[in-house]
Each structure stands twice: as structure tokens, then as C-alpha cells.
Design a protein around this ligand. Sequence first.
Ligand code: NAD
Length: 350
Amino acid sequence: MKLLITGGSGFIGSTLVLTALARGHEVVNLDALTYAANPNSLNAVRDNPAYRFEHADIRDSGALTRIFAEHQPDAVMHLAAESHVDRSIDGPQVFVDTNVGGTARLLQAATDYFKGLDAGRTARFRFHHVSTDEVYGSLGATGRFTETSHYRPNSPYAASKAAADMMVRAWHATYALPTLISNCSNNYGPRQFPEKLIPVVILSALKGAPIPVYGRGANVRDWLHVEDHADALLTILERGRIGEVYNVGGDAECSNLELVRLLCAELDRQHPRSGASSDQITFVTDRPGHDFRYAIDAAKLHGELGWSPRFTLADGLAQTVGWYLEHADWCQQCLARTDGENPLGRLGLG
Ligand code: NAD
């Protein structure tokens, strides 16, 4: 298939591009290259004839129409988004513009293109919207989110993704666009921008700086390795039922404090001279509206499509720590893309 992947220069997108190419798909990567992208993440495939890059913004309808006409994709996998909850609290408008407005424009361009396809290609076409479990809000100590859980988003980021999910649903019901939605738990792995928890912990620990943990570190997340997420996304695209929602999770719940301790222990194992230690943990004022716990019930994806994750949390964290230890240059490139605003500085890490 020829896949139009939006946000392919970001964290999950770059893993998806690499995985899709390895599986024999052709890929067109549409990305605006915001601060969150690192074009070097895809250096390995830059000259691959099955890979094309389009520097474009999903808020630009004209560009979207041209890209659909020029590349004639068989499917869209939509990942482009503003993705950082803390930034959405500081400045929500761009989250609404990109995640809601941009998704609406992309849906419309896809629908116009879809209507012009011949019968054979119409039957194959899919629009896969990649979303988050944060749309469901927060859980208490028990229970897990299923595909029928109520939407109760608590951050501007989660609300913008929830609105986008609703529009995808509406475009399916109203215009018969063949859509798929997946809602996934927290991802980790190589090439995650160093403003998200796991790379922040690794880089802070290596610098000998305080390791910031919100509140008392009791918030619980369900972690999934990004390569398992990419595998799930392609499985859903290839075999998912049109109009359906699939939850994706790793069955790997962990409190933030436990996670930070695991990372420090792994750093110490792989790089004993780094001096990284749990003693560096510093509790910082909790995020407003901070969801207590997320947990995903992925039974539908397991049962219907036979998908399951390959990484255990221990193996995945070991691989991730190893990657960051070997890619200090990649981290520096990311930090250089933030207009002098060092995301570690945002967290009081200097
Ligand atoms: P990311 O911030 O690393 O990457 C986002 C990419 O989108 C960047 O390459 C950026 O340049 C691009 N982009 C942003 N605005 C754009 C625009 N207007 N036009 C075109 N491109 C634009 O994000 P990520 O962590 O890789 O997340 C990808 C998707 O997966 C997002 O939709 C996110 O909501 C969803 N998701 C993420 C997680 C997670 O744990 N990271 C979990 C579940 C779902």
C-alpha cells in the first residue's frame, strides 16, 4: 500500500515510517517540522525510493489537496498533532488549531479525494486516526478503559484529541469515509523528544541534575514500547473493521516514581560511571488537572486482530536507555529546535 503518514518526523511517526517501509509499504511523510520533529530521525531512509517527504501543514487545505492528487495514497495514517500536555496548559490555542482544525481539514481533503476514486480503490481506502487514552480522563485505583468508556478529557491536549476523534466518527457516519480510530496508552522508546518524562529523566540523571517528578510520583501510566505501537497501528490498518475503535496498551502499569527508579537502576547498570541515582529525584508542584491513572483494556485488539506487544517493560526500558546513551547528538539537535527555550529548563533543570 501507499501510505500517507502525517507527523512522520515525530516520535511515533518516525517509528511508524521505518516499520511500514520495512514491511514493504510505500510511504509519503507529511510533516510541518515543528519544534517536536527531528528530520534526522529518518536519515536512514532519505534515499529510499519507497519514501517521499512533503513539508506541509495539515491546516493548509490547498497543500493537502495537492498532496492527495499528486501521491494518490491507498490510506492515511494521521499522527500529526501538538502532543505535549504541559505545553497545552501553557498555550492551548495551537492545540485546538492543529489537533482540531488541522484534523478537520485533513478529513475534508481525504473525503474529497476518496469520492473521486474508482470502485476498486474505494474498497481499499482507509483513514486511520491515531489517538490517545487521555480522551477517557482519569481512573481510580481499579478498572481499565475499554472502547465504550465515556470521554472525559481533562487537559486541553486531551480535549483537542477527543474533539478530533469525534470528527473522525462524524465523517464516517456522514460522508461514509472508511475510518479507523485507535486510542493508545503512553509510548516510550527511541527518538522521543526530550521534554517527555522518560527522556527528561535519562538526560537529567546523566547531567547530575534534579530529576523532576510531579506531586509524589503516585500517578500511574500504562506504558507501551513505540515499536509495539507501530506494529499495532499497521495491524489495525490492514485488518481492522471500518468504523471501529481499537484500544492499544501494553499491560505494563507503573507509577511515575517506580518508573524513574527503574530508569536510574538501568542507567547505573549500563553506564555505572554516570553516577545516575534515585537520590536526584525531586518532587515538583503537580500538573493542574493531572489524571491519576490510565489503564487500557486491549482485549478487542488481542482477540479480534491477534495483536500483542513483544517488549516487556524491563526489556523496552533497557533498549531505550541504551539508545539515549548512544544518541547524545540527536538530543542536542532536538534542544536546538526549541528557539533557545530549553525544555529541561522549563522543568527547572537548567
Ligand atoms: P510528536 O510531538 O513527537 O510528533 C508530532 C509530529 O507532528 C511532529 O513531527 C510535528 O512536526 C508534526 N506536526 C505538528 N503539527 C503539525 C501540523 N500542523 N502539520 C503537520 N505536521 C505537524 O508526537 P508523538 O508523541 O509522536 O505522537 C504522535 C501522535 O500519536 C499524536 O497524534 C498523539 O496524540 C498520538 N499519541 C501519542 C502518544 C504518546 O505517548 N506519545 C500516545 C497515544 C497517542
